[in-house]
Design a protein around this ligand. Structure first.
Ligand code: XMP
Length: 512
């Protein structure tokens, strides 16, 4: 395994972003809670530690704190925002509260740097940083000095060069901090002495070897959806254990046009046992007459499990069940009880009915962009690697109201035209998700010399990085015009097309 940098999470909003930035610098890192026992940190033996920001003030009774032993490990530390304040507080300095002083700063702030510090080496002496803090560093602990300041903040960044402890009151991980990524790289390479040895090529080799050792002669089972995660997991496992792997692809008949065949073509004959179950009629049967979005989702989720179970039984006892869990799922699991907006159906979440000994999650350490890079390193086609996210319930949640085979066919054809035109306008990577929705509304139109009374189709395109929030894409009118003309001309029963101009929130990305 590559060298590790540890990101200790104090509850900040940007913890994942810090980890991604470190990985972008080709240094492996893990995010752990600030509650991680010191013994565990010693065992990981990280090259450096980053304390994240957090919403609390260090003086509150319930603010997150670590045992002071963390400062005696001889490991370089970078504290960010709350992390810097905790560093100061933990080493005997003083933090001022915003209620008493007026040193709070929010947003873009000009900052001056001491470029003789290894943290700012090679940087411009002055640039914009992103500040977001109420409390501020008032008095430094022994051995520290200021290495950056803003108009309001004399200790914009601090250093104890002997101990290799650094703190920034601002957030170097966010894009608004102009030289932020360079600062993080300076910390990793100048201060911690990391090597940029985390590449997906390396990962593929190491993971393949580890999977071989773990699985031995055993049998593994994978639910393949054709999405990027399960496809990459499949390829990795296929390289490691070949025909000991069986992939079950449940085609629920609600895939996009030709998608079932594309998935089959990509994996059938690739050395693994590939089973495609054509269960379209079965799913549509269960969905007959159902209009409630949550009911649709539940029915599909459950039916999926039943089909998978039947197929798994045919194969017999399997030793390992492969899941495509990725790192954000690992970081996010167990963080509070967010309101349920939609019950997500994921092929990853298969329950314990299948007779298997253990779960294997070969992607659990990777972010989405890393999964894509790994897919390319493993030789998967661009179509699979860059496939936009597609929800488990498929077109069922893009057909408003009752689902019929006729509506599925209409939507598949319309959606295919939309995707074709977006790709030919070379917008397919700039827009993170785009698709058509068949509304349940009909309206009057005129075609040729006759009256029509047909469906309204909605187009949706969003830009987003995390899919938790999203902005509607500003697709050029001429592209929309072409899509609209082609769909009304080529797809029967659509006579009106609208473009969804809501962001998330308040809307969600999918319509159901
Ligand atoms: P929403 O509609 O909640 O969607 O804004 C956010 C992202 O999640 C996808 N999505 C799903 N993915 N199973 C999935 O695997 C699901 O049940 C599901 N529902 C929504 C959606 O396509 C978008 O990318």
């Amino acid at each position: 395994m590559a060298q590790t940098v540890l990101v200790l999470d104090f509850g900040g909003q940007y913890n994942q972003l810090i980890a991604r930035r470190v990985r972008e610098a080709n240094v492996y890192c893990e995010v752990k809670s600030y509650k991680t026992p010191i013994a565990e940190i010693r065992a990981i033996n990280p090259k450096g530690i980053i304390f994240t920001g957090g919403p609390k003030s260090v003086y509150l009774d319930d603010s997150p704190r670590m045992a002071s032993e963390i400062f005696t490990l001889g490991i370089p530390i970078l504290g960010i925002c709350y992390g810097a304040q905790f560093l100061v507080y933990g080493l005997g300095g003083e933090i001022g509260a915003a209620s008493a002083e007026s040193a709070a700063e929010f947003g873009r702030t000009d900052c001056k740097f001491d470029t003789s510090s290894p943290l700012f080496n090679g940087l411009k002496k002055e640039s914009v940083v992103w500040m977001s803090h109420n409390d501020y560093i008032k008095k430094l602990p022994d051995g520290f000095k200021a290495i950056a300041h803003s108009a309001k903040c004399p200790y914009g960044a601090i250093e104890n060069a002997d101990k290799k402890f650094y703190g920034t009151q601002f957030h170097p991980e966010v894009n608004h901090t102009e030289q932020g990524f360079d600062m993080l790289k300076n910390f990793l390479f100048n201060v911690c002495g990391c090597k940029p040895d985390w590449t997906m090529q390396n990962y593929a080799e190491i993971a393949t070897k580890e999977l071989r050792e773990k699985i031995g002669n055993g049998k593994a089972l994978l639910a393949l959806s054709g999405g990027v995660d399960s496809s990459v997991a499949c390829k990795l496992l296929a390289n490691a254990i070949g025909s000991q792997l069986t992939c079950i692809f449940v085609d629920h008949g609600l895939m996009r046009k030709n998608e079932g065949d594309e998935v089959e073509a990509a994996f059938n004959g690739s050395g693994v046992n590939f089973v495609r179950v054509n269960a379209g009629e079965r799913f549509l049967g269960k969905l007959k007459g159902v209009t409630d979005p949550e009911k649709k989702r539940k029915i599909i989720g459950e039916e999926f499990i039943r089909v998978f179970e039947q197929e798994a039984k045919k194969i017999g006892a399997v030793d390992y069940l492969v899941q495509g869990t990725i790192y954000p799922d690992v970081i996010e699991s167990g963080l509070g009880d967010a309101a349920v907006i939609k019950s997500h159906h994921n092929v990853g979440g298969l329950p314990s009915y299948v007779d298997f000994k253990e779960i294997v999650e070969p992607l659990r350490l990777l972010f989405k962009d890393e999964v894509r890079k790994l897919g390319s390193a493993l030789g998967l086609s661009d179509t699979l690697v860059w496939r936009q996210p597609f929800p488990g319930p498929g077109l069922a949640i893009r057909i408003i109201g009752e689902i019929t085979p006729e509506k599925v066919a209409i939507l598949q054809d319309a959606d295919a035209i939309f995707r074709e035109e977006i790709a030919s306008a070379k917008l397919d990577r700039a827009i993170n998700q785009y698709f058509a929705v068949l509304t349940n509304m009909r309206s009057v139109g005129v075609m040729g010399d006759g009256r029509t009374y047909d469906y309204t189709l909605a187009l949706r395109g969003v830009t987003t990085t995390d899919f938790m929030t999203a902005d509607f894409s500003r697709i050029p009118y001429d592209v929309l015009e072409k899509v609209s003309n082609r769909i009304v001309n080529e797809v029967k029963h659509i006579n009106r097309i609208v473009y969804d101009i809501t962001s998330k929130p308040p809307a969600t990305i999918e319509w159901e």
